[in-house]
Design a protein around this ligand. Structure first.
Ligand SMILES: C[S@@+](CC[C@H](N)C(=O)[O-])C[C@H]1O[C@@H](n2cnc3c(N)ncnc32)[C@H](O)[C@@H]1O
Length: 205
């Protein structure tokens, strides 16, 4: 068990990946974000899971550094040694407030795919208040993937919470492409691209 505590909530951040936090992102959820990160070639995906989101970013031409707790890389204690321009992920839901707070502390552009409901909680408002925030609202709900299967009927809307991308407006309304068969997904099939512990620095930010 980790000794790390969330600086925002003071909650203990367990060094364990919770099963309910393992929903994977279908590639079509990333499409609406792409025009806004085009100028930021190197992406850090710090909660890469099975690498679906990372795979899509790589497929469209980004240089991707992927890390993941299940591979021993805890976002709260590790940082890639290599340079990156923007952090993009679908973070673990159970620790989203501390996750976003750390993103702001890193002082780099980021985009987090999270539930629209985040805007309505005191905890998340405490993180976002006074910070730069530009939200990309999506015209369709995102059905996430578990064990390779799209879980239809998700009961919440998702949106991209971004900062530092230079979109130039607080609210953007974007279109999500129609889902396509999972067989056509670009998988992140290069395990060597996952950051190795030797490539990471302990920063304690
Ligand atoms: C919602 S899934 C998203 C997976 C991937 N980003 C995607 O969108 O397809 C969240 C992932 O975060 C990982 N995770 C949980 N806590 C973490 C931490 N402290 N540091 C890094 N990864 C963590 C979980 O193991 C899980 O794979």
């Amino acid at each position: 068990m980790s000794r790390v505590r969330g600086k925002k909530t003071g909650k203990k951040i367990q060094n364990v990946s919770q099963e309910r936090d393992r929903y994977q992102t279908p590639p079509w959820a990333v499409t609406p974000l792409l025009p806004y990160i085009e100028h930021l070639p190197a992406v850090w995906e710090p909660a890469a899971g099975d690498g679906l989101l990372a795979g899509e970013l790589k497929r469209v031409g980004h240089h991707v550094i992927a890390s993941e707790l299940l591979r021993g890389q805890n976002f709260f204690t590790w940082h890639p040694a290599r340079e990156w321009d923007v952090l993009v992920t679908n973070p673990p839901f159970s620790i989203k407030a501390d996750w976003m707070a750390r993103c702001y502390r890193l002082q780099r552009p980021f985009a987090l795919l999270m539930s629209l409901d985040c805007l309505g909680t005191a905890e998340m408002q405490g993180v976002m208040k006074g910070q730069e925030l530009e939200v990309i609202f999506l015209d369709k709900r995102i059905n996430y993937i578990v064990d390779g299967v799209v879980q239809n009927g998700v009961p919440f809307a998702s949106c991209w919470f971004t900062s530092g991308l230079g979109i130039g407006r607080e609210m953007t309304f974007a279109s999500v492409p129609e889902p396509y068969p999972l067989g056509q997904m670009a998988l992140f099939d290069e395990p060597e691209t996952f950051a190795q512990p030797s490539l990471l620095l302990e920063m304690g930010i």
